[in-house]
Design a binder for this molecule. Sequence first.
Ligand code: ATP
Length: 214
Amino acid sequence: MLVLAGTIGAGKTSLTKMLANEMDLSGYYESVDDNEILPLFYKNPQKYAFLLQIYFLNSRLDLIKQARLDAKDSIMDRSIYEDSLMFRLNADLGRATSTEADIYDSLLENMMEEIPDAKIVKNPDLLIHIRISFDTMLKRIKKRGRSFEQIDKDPELYKYYQLLNERYNSWYDNYNQSPKMQIDGDKYDFVENEADFKIVLAQIKNKYETLISC
Ligand SMILES: Nc1ncnc2c1ncn2[C@@H]1O[C@H](COP(=O)(O)OP(=O)(O)OP(=O)(O)O)[C@@H](O)[C@H]1O
């Protein structure tokens, strides 16, 4: 199982679709449009931060189980581990308490702990982090146009996005739940440029094949 990671608008879902197609993998996607808590959270973060995390935790674990039970090898458009980074940021911004964030982390760890000889392994075989600059992040959020994510409607979001993007780098450095690799999402525009996609695909295939052959 391959898992994509990266900030809002990094291109995780697009790259997941392209890799699923090229590498003959089953794609698993988090549905943002059907998430009824997300717009509530953006409207009132203090009230809905904890509920949103529980919603995500539940739905992502469900997807992991489905992906692992699939007869085919799979790819997911987001990792369960990034939620902890987002929730900690929300707690630091006063939208949740540090106790809530601690309990969330402990629950996540408990849920993701592998049981020896279990049929299903929950952690990915490879995590692929798409790294983008803050500038690129803002442009992509604007281009995609999801109304609740727009900065012009809510200037506080600017700071939230900036901190989130900064924290992703140390999150990736500290991530150790599986093998990992990074893609430069500023340098390679894999959505718009076919040659860039080929480079990214080769990097990922190379890493994945090395892991499988070990
Ligand atoms: N744990 C979380 N806490 C708060 N908000 C979250 C969390 N996970 C996702 N979100 C929100 O859900 C929305 C979708 O985020 P996500 O990064 O999963 O997808 P995306 O922006 O469509 O990514 P991409 O463009 O890379 O495919 C964003 O508005 C993001 O802020």
